[in-house]
Design a protein around this ligand. Structure first.
Ligand code: SF4
Length: 206
């Protein structure tokens, strides 16, 4: 797997306290993408599913952990690795939320690995980000994307989360700066770069 970052507890991508996993690699280049630094895979991010699980299991076992969110980049960029990862998570949590730039139709028409992933995901949010369709929804970036409750028992909890408070952002301090997590508002990247420049701050990825 090409795992760029793991953050915990993520409170702004799905209900509760979640383990957030960002997988590098995405061919789509959506305008306004929040994570362009994750479009390319990098050798330094390469890690086995076994090693990732060694890191995650203590967090998964915590009582206050409610689920996992896998985003990127595109988790389906390497669907074989994603499939093995999902299988490894399954004994620990059924609430696995996955964001992908593929549409559900593309996944269903994909190879066996892609299709099999659907059996092990709790909630899937599909489709590329379209900046002009960003309507401020708390769970998805733009209105072309769909929320699929592949485990229907999760639906109520997610619906409460979506209506409980407005769109929120959570900032994490990491070794080389700050990572801003959540569903950003339309034009966020441009505004951030412009405001940072005014204050003499150079951002890592522009
Ligand atoms: S699919 Fe997601 S990660 Fe890929 S470019 Fe679009 S918004 Fe960015």
């Amino acid at each position: 797997m090409n795992v760029a970052r793991i953050l915990y507890p993520v409170k702004v991508l799905g209900p509760g306290n979640r383990i957030g996993i960002w997988i590098a690699g995405c061919p789509r280049r959506c305008v306004g993408c929040s994570n362009p630094e994750l479009w390319e895979t990098q050798p330094k991010y390469e890690v086995t599913v076994f090693r990732i699980m060694q890191i995650l299991i203590p967090l998964l076992k915590r009582r206050e952990t409610d689920g996992v969110v896998i985003t990127g980049g595109d988790p389906f960029f390497d669907s074989r690795e994603l499939y093995h990862f999902l299988l490894s998570l399954e004994p620990y949590t059924k609430d696995v939320l996955v964001y992908t730039g593929y549409t559900m139709e593309e996944i269903q028409c994909g190879d066996a690995c892609m299709k099999s992933c659907l059996d092990h995901i709790g909630v899937l949010i599909d489709g590329p980000y379209q900046e002009q369709l960003n309507d401020g929804c708390r769970m998805r970036g733009s209105s072309n994307q769909h929320i699929y409750y592949l485990r229907p028992e999760l639906k109520q909890c997610y619906e409460v989360y979506m209506t409980s408070s407005p769109n929120r952002i959570q900032n994490f301090t990491v070794a080389d700066g700050i990572v801003s997590v959540g569903i950003h508002s339309r034009g966020f990247n441009k505004k951030l770069i412009s405001e940072a420049r005014k204050r003499g701050v150079i951002l890592g990825e522009q």
